[in-house]
Design a protein around this ligand. Structure first.
Ligand code: BLG
Length: 464
């Protein structure tokens, strides 16, 4: 047995010896949740790469609330690292040690569209406000209340940030205070949620380790975070989780959230039925439907392609669709066609690229896609990688290139945008259909849209 005076292994040595990194986080869309492929989330993806770098297994634990999280972190034989969207504060620094920052966030007061917009701290008086218990936001409000005792707020440890946003969206509370990254992520889900104003300066999210003298893990964490900051990994994760509004634009995000409430529920069961039949993910089909028609069954493109899944006359005929404007038939045809072209792709194309190739073929046809793959091969690129082939597709609209291909001219830029947009919608649909967002109605993979069936939907925007 080792005596106490023998050098104890450092935390880092212990992690490597055990082969396990134990991390505590919160179960929320911005941190950690389950999706179509298992565990995911911004924090999860960042910390999983860290565990991979260390060559150890990652073990995730989730805390019930923030107090629980900080309590667990200090415990002997408890988790050694917290990766949970934590902002460092003076109070917290007495309890834990924070890493270098990885994400800048701004606390934002959130109100409901249609209500009067608060513009400064004094406007918070007389409003029903709830924030997370033990959060830096609760600390901020406590400070404000010292100067302005009329401000009343409640702290809750029974909710997550998405619940707070839902409560504002549905009008159950007037205001909440959450970080800007959470707003960015959830704007596509809660159409009535609006930013009133930034409360205070930007702060930084960091990981935390327990208080103490042993810096081995903290140093390792810091060099890892510095590395992913420099090599672009961190930026890619930020774009993927928080870039929806940047990519869709504010109006796009707002429109998507509205359509999610007003249109998708009408077609959800058809997407599910035919996705199951054709063994594809229903959310992928739904994402195609959104890209094609914004979930509208009666649209016709300039080129005469029609319906919710935008089938050409030929495709419709081949898939047994007699009426392209019938949503159910259109979805059936789209699902069959997607499965068929995916199946017919070269065996050398592996997932996930296989799915992106199938989407491109859905839009531009397999002939042109093959031409682009051949161009990739000629250029020394990999014809089985979407990243390479998508560089070649736009060449199909330039004579110097298409004149030498088998199928000739195509608007090759279109499938590149098509695939990029669908991947974005697919990502969003994946996390809005996961159980954490479904309030008390936890039904795996079902879309529970807040407010639906409770209020009459406003006029639909017929604009494509
Ligand atoms: C696709 C067909 C493919 C066809 C390609 O066109 O339609 N896909 C479907 O019908 C689902 O079958 O490939 S081919 O049969 O090998 O030739 C190429 O012809 C549809 C595309 C066309 C596109 N939307 C689905 O993505 C479209 O409507 N483009 C026109 C846009 S606009 O009106 O000019 O703005």
């Amino acid at each position: 047995m080792l005596s106490a005076c023998v050098d104890k292994p450092s935390t880092l040595e212990r992690i490597k010896e055990d082969g396990v990194l134990r991390v505590i986080t919160r179960n929320s869309p911005a941190t950690y949740f389950q999706d179509r492929n298992g565990e995911t989330g911004f924090e999860y993806e960042l910390v999983k790469r860290f565990a991979d770098d260390l060559g150890v297994k990652l073990e995730i634990e989730t805390a019930d609330n923030l107090d629980d999280l900080f309590g667990q972190l200090g415990k002997p034989n408890g988790p050694v690292l917290a990766a949970a969207g934590l902002v460092s504060s003076e109070r917290r620094k007495q309890q834990v040690r924070f890493s270098h920052p990885y994400l800048e966030v701004t606390p934002q007061i959130i109100y409901r569209n249609g209500q009067s917009r608060p513009t400064n701290a004094a406007d918070l008086a007389g409003k029903k406000i709830i924030v997370l218990k033990g959060s830096t936001h609760a600390e901020q409000l406590a400070e404000l209340k010292k100067q302005n005792p009329a401000i009343e707020y409640e702290e809750s440890d029974a909710v997550e940030v998405v619940d707070l946003l839902r409560m504002v969206d549905e009008g159950q509370i007037d205001l909440t205070l959450v970080d800007s990254n959470e707003v960015a992520m959830n704007q596509v889900y809660f159409p009535n949620v609006r930013v009133a104003f930034d409360l205070g300066d930007a702060s930084n999210q960091s990981w935390a380790v327990a208080a103490g003298e042993d810096n081995s893990l903290l140093n390792e964490v810091n060099s890892y975070l510095d590395k992913v900051g420099k090599n672009g990994t961190l930026q890619r994760l930020k774009d993927r989780y928080y870039g929806h509004v940047d990519v869709l634009g504010y109006m796009g995000a707002y429109t998507f959230a509205q359509h999610l409430q007003q249109r998708l529920p009408k077609y959800e069961k058809h997407f599910k039925t035919f996705a199951k039949e054709e063994k594809v993910d229903w959310r992928l089909l739904a994402a195609i439907g959104y890209q094609e028609s914004l979930w509208q069954p009666a649209v016709t493109s300039k080129t005469g392609v029609r319906g919710l899944m935008m089938l050409t006359q030929n495709t419709a005929q081949a898939m047994g669709v007699s009426n392209r404007l019938d949503a159910k038939q259109s979805i059936m045809g789209g699902a069959k066609y997607l499965a068929k072209i995916k199946d017919e792709l070269d065996d050398d194309i592996a997932e996930p690229d296989r799915t992106w190739f199938a989407l491109a073929a859905y839009n531009v046809g397999t002939g042109h896609l093959d031409d682009a793959r051949k161009l990739a091969q000629k250029d020394g690129l990999n014809p089985n990688k979407w990243l390479d082939v998508k560089k070649m597709l736009p060449r199909l609209s330039q004579k110097q290139w298409y004149s030498k291909t088998r199928y000739g001219y195509a608007r090759g830029g279109e499938p590149v945008h098509f695939v990029a947009n669908i991947r974005r919608y697919y990502d969003i649909l994946t996390w809005v259909t996961q159980p954490q967002l479904e309030g008390n109605q936890v039904v795996e993979g079902n879309l529970h849209v807040p407010g639906v069936n409770k209020t009459k939907p406003p006029e639909e925007n017929p604009q494509l």
